[in-house]
Design a protein around this ligand. Structure first.
Ligand SMILES: Nc1ncnc2c1ncn2[C@@H]1O[C@H](COP(=O)(O)OP(=O)(O)OP(=O)(O)O)[C@@H](O)[C@H]1O
Length: 264
């Protein structure tokens, strides 16, 4: 199988600090891949490089068979890569539909904008995230969950082949997380999705393959069970060997915390 996204030997240095250190990653078409790792592991930096926000110091990014290393952000959008941020980037004063309409036009080169007559992509995207009935509402009045779904609808209207989502369920209620999980599963049927997410219950329900980053390197990769059984993962989340810790020493979140709870 050919990977849709291939990252090879990716290194990003900020001055003397190395945020990514020789990262290799391959994501197949229509995968729903999760990316986890402690704070500062390099997850957002990796997304920033794939989307053209940050230029790598060395290494390559290949998307859909083409070398996209260092491509500007607006060009990665046009090539079919969409991303969300930890805080939804929507315009509060515009309606839900106008936000999606605006996003849909981002994927087009300026000379094509005036010819964008077919606007079916807007209701289609809203339908997919279950917000068709909110089309004429001002985005400023939406709940936190609805804002996140609106941002996903904005990306869907750009018809991406790869979606990169940064902590999509952070701050959501249990019901909103559930709905988001269903939505991602549905999107992953025809779109490749890479999700940075810490929520362990969410991972348990939806993660097929998990890649663990630590200090700018890929520590391990596998199913959630494989990753949670890996002592090195417990160590990086605890900051020391799990075997040396008493029950009170674990973190309050993350795979190691879950492992302790599950094993208790
Ligand atoms: N522009 C920058 N200049 C200097 N250092 C940076 C820059 N961007 C990121 N870093 C550093 O690179 C490291 C990796 O950051 P990154 O945001 O990618 O981590 P992360 O895994 O997404 O963490 P978190 O889970 O906290 O969001 C951090 O130590 C961060 O401080």
């Amino acid at each position: 199988m050919n990977a849709l996204l291939t990252v090879s030997g990716l290194t990003v240095s900020f001055g003397s600090f190395t945020a990514l250190d020789g990262v290799d990653l391959a994501v197949e078409e229509r995968e729903l891949r999760f990316l986890i790792g402690p704070n500062g592991a390099g997850k957002t930096t990796l997304i920033d490089v794939v989307t053209g926000r940050t230029r790598p110091t060395s290494g390559t990014v290949r998307f859909d068979g083409a070398d996209t290393t260092g491509l500007a952000e607006h060009r990665t959008v046009r090539s079919g890569i969409g991303r969300t941020f930890q805080t939804a980037a929507v315009f509060d004063a515009l309606t839900v539909a106008d936000n999606v309409d605006l996003a849909a036009s981002f994927r087009l080169a300026p000379h094509r904008l005036l010819r964008r007559r077919d606007r079916a992509d807007v209701p289609e995207a809203l339908e997919r995230v279950g917000m068709a009935d909110l089309a004429e509402r001002k985005a400023g009045g939406l709940s936190h969950g609805q804002r996140q779904w609106l941002e996903i609808a904005m990306l869907l209207a750009q018809r991406p082949r790869l979606l990169l989502l940064d902590e999509p369920v952070a701050g959501m209620s249990a019901a909103e997380r559930e709905r988001t999980g269903e939505l991602l599963e549905e999107i992953a049927q025809d779109t490749t999705v890479l999700v940075v997410e810490h929520d362990m219950e969410f991972l348990r329900r939806h993660a097929r393959t998990v890649t663990v980053l630590h200090e700018g390197r890929v520590l391990t990769e596998g199913t959630l069970e494989e990753v949670r059984a890996d002592e090195r993962v417990a160590e990086v989340y605890l900051g020391r060997s799990a075997a040396e810790d008493g029950p009170e020493a674990g973190p309050t979140s993350g795979p190691a915390a879950e492992k302790e709870t599950a094993d208790a």
